[in-house]
Design a protein around this ligand. Structure first.
Ligand code: PLP
Length: 428
């Protein structure tokens, strides 16, 4: 496989872009080699600038749940474009998307649209502080909540990929109210709540994707809900990644809890920049213009992004691909485990709905420390072998693979072959 044009663009890109990328996880830092430059994508496939075609399991890190360039979404976006790009005033599209989102989340009466998952989380944290009058936030190691200062502690995603403990440039005051707990360890939360009586919220990914896919145990997640309620601490579910991925609505419902505040992004924008945070009337009434918590955005509720979101969610509800996602993920798990066994490779597979992760490790993965025992060199070998076999994966052991409803039996057969060939390379 040739990557000549990607190499040329990488060199050129390095002149005026930082590392030739606009988000560090795209830089292939942990798998080596140059990042691929993409030309276009359609359905289940993505094509690089050298004409190499791959089955896409990155899907823009989650948003493209219907596959690329879904006809209905494209039609809606084109129609919206012809009416104007941005008005700085409210539109009916915002009301429509808000209704779809609130109807899908029990307990969510109102939602505010922003432009990214990061913005959703930073606003949700401000809201939790405004509502409770307290400043402290408990977060879990390995959970990633975007790049706001207070959340860049023990974070997963790109920070795990690059082995960065936090980030330079974050003032110590910005993280002094961030308390770290261990995922799937209720005692580690209880210890903080016993020690401090000024905790505003606990934030978590109800099922994680940013240390790889990790599900909460029933005791942990239900215990966390009970504990936070008892102590008057808000529970924020960051569903930027999981929202509308495993069912029409949130993962929180599937794991048996209801958050006080929910953060969304990715799928609800159908590939355009959208984030959102939502909660009950009582909590949301703190937000300006109803309340004293200020949060704003020039392009928030952008009409093109709203049109993409409405069309994506409408089509998702119609297709109802969630059972199919489970079956496809189960098949991929089977392919991974059987080829790993065949070639003597240690592998643990975690999955949840349309998110799946093979960890190159023999241990069970319940938290970030478990995930970090994975052999990232083996992952790098596997990653490049999958590229050679026509499958585009996130270039990190700690990022979930995403499935789209565009995958068919044809792609599944290709995936089976690619996984077997790539696992052979790892085992050799
Ligand atoms: N929260 C979670 C759970 C995420 O997975 C991400 C991004 O991957 C974010 C927040 C940040 O979203 P964005 O990259 O849109 O700012």
């Amino acid at each position: 496989m040739e990557f000549k044009n990607s190499e040329i663009l990488y060199k050129k890109g390095c002149e005026n872009l930082v590392g030739a990328v606009n988000s560090p996880v795209r830089a292939f830092a942990s798998v080596g080699g140059n990042p691929l430059f993409i030309d276009k994508a359609k359905g289940a496939y993505i094509k690089d600038v050298d004409g190499n075609k791959y089955i896409d399991l990155v899907l823009s890190y989650g948003p493209m749940i219907l596959g690329h360039r879904n006809k209905k979404v494209e039609k809606a976006v084109t129609r919206a474009l012809k009416k104007g790009y941005s008005f700085g005033a409210s539109t009916n599209a915002e009301i429509k998307l808000a209704k779809i989102v609130c109807d899908a989340f029990p307990g969510m009466d109102k939602v505010r649209f922003v432009n990214s998952g990061t913005e959703a989380v930073l606003s949700a944290i401000r809201l939790a502080r405004a509502h409770t009058g307290f400043d402290k936030i408990v977060k879990f190691s390995g959970c990633y909540h975007g790049h706001m200062d207070a959340m860049l502690v023990a974070a997963g995603s790109g920070l795990a990929t690059l082995s960065l403990p936090g980030s330079k440039g974050v003032p110590s005051q910005a993280v002094e109210n961030t308390l770290i707990s261990e995922y799937n360890n209720l005692e580690s939360v209880k210890a903080h709540l016993d020690k401090y009586n000024d905790v505003a919220a606990v934030i978590l990914e109800p099922v994680t994707g940013n240390m790889g896919v990790v599900q909460p145990s029933d005791d942990f997640i239900k215990g966390l809900r009970k504990l936070t309620k008892e102590r008057g601490v808000l529970l924020i579910c960051d569903e930027v990644m999981t929202g509308f991925r495993s069912q029409f609505g949130g993962a929180q419902e599937l794991v048996g809890i209801q958050a006080d505040i929910t953060c969304l992004g990715k799928v609800i924008g159908g590939g355009f920049p959208v984030g959102a945070y939502g909660a009950s009337n009582k909590i949301m009434e703190n937000v300006a213009p109803l309340g004293g918590m200020y949060q704003a955005g020039t392009l928030s509720g952008n009409p093109i992004a709203m049109a993409a979101g409405i069309a994506t969610l409408t089509e998702l509800e119609k297709q109802n691909p969630y059972k199919k996602f489970d079956l496809v993920a189960e098949k991929i798990e089977e392919f991974l485990l059987s080829s790993a066994k065949k070639y003597g490779v240690d592998l643990t597979v975690n999955r949840f709905g349309s998110m799946i992760n093979p960890f190159f490790a023999s241990n069970e993965i319940k938290n970030f420390a478990d995930a970090q025992k994975s052999d990232t060199k083996k992952f790098a070998k596997f990653f490049w072998a999958m590229i050679e076999n026509g499958v585009f994966l996130p270039p990190s052991q700690f990022e979930a693979w995403f499935l789209s409803s565009s995958l068919t039996i044809r792609e599944l057969k290709k995936l089976e072959k690619a996984i077997d060939a790539s696992m052979q390379v790892v085992g050799s």
